[in-house]
Design a protein around this ligand. Structure first.
Ligand code: GTP
Ligand code: MG
Length: 136
C-alpha cells in the first residue's frame, strides 16, 4: 500500500469544494490518514515547487498558492498515487476530462495562474518528498 500527498489549492477552499473533493477521494476507497489546513509560506512552497523554479509561471504560482488557506492531506491506498492523478485529471482544467475533479469543477478563470483545484504527487519519490515538506 502507498501514500500520496494532496493539496486542495486556495481556489478549491475558497469555492467551498473541500468536502466535494475529499468525498470523491473517499468514495473511490482511499483513506485519509492526515489532514491539515494552513496558509503556506514561501519557504514551504519553494520546496514544494522546486522543479518549477525559473519557469514563467513559477512566481504567479507561488503568489496564488500563498493567497489563502490550502488543505493538505496524506492519502493511503493501493496504487493511490496513480489513482489520485487519475481522479484529478490533466493539469489544464478547461480540457481535463469530464468525470475528473478538474474536468467537472474547474475551468479557466481570470488571473495569471491556472486555478486547477488540486495538487497530487506524481511518483513515490515526490510523494515521500512532499509528505516530508507538509507534515515533517
Ligand atoms: P500539480 O498536481 O499541481 O503538480 O499539477 P500538475 O502536475 O498537473 O502540473 P505541474 O506540476 O506541471 O504544474 C504545477 C502547477 O503549476 C499546475 O497545477 C498549475 O497550477 C501550474 N501550471 C502548470 N503549468 C502551467 C502553465 O503553463 N501556465 C500556468 N499559468 N500555470 C501552470
Ligand atoms: Mg506536478
Amino acid at each position: 500500500t502507498e501514500r500520496t500527498l494532496i493539496l486542495i489549492k486556495p481556489d478549491g477552499v475558497e469555492r467551498n469544494l473541500t468536502g466535494e473533493i475529499l468525498s470523491r477521494i473517499e468514495r473511490k476507497g482511499y483513506t485519509i490518514v492526515e489532514l491539515a489546513m494552513t496558509t503556506p509560506d514561501r519557504e514551504v512552497l519553494a520546496a514544494h515547487y522546486e522543479e518549477h523554479q525559473g519557469k514563467p509561471f513559477y512566481e504567479p504560482l507561488l503568489e496564488f498558492m500563498s493567497s489563502g488557506p490550502v488543505v493538505a492531506a496524506i492519502v493511503k491506498g493501493d496504487r493511490v498515487i496513480e489513482g489520485i492523478r487519475s481522479l484529478a485529471g490533466t493539469t489544464d482544467p478547461t480540457v481535463a476530462a469530464p468525470g475528473t475533479i478538474r474536468g467537472d469543477l474547474g475551468r479557466d478563470w481570470p488571473g495569471t495562474v491556472q486555478k486547477n483545484l488540486i495538487h497530487a504527487s506524481d511518483s513515490t519519490l515526490s510523494a515521500d518528498r512532499e509528505i516530508e515538506i507538509w507534515f515533517g
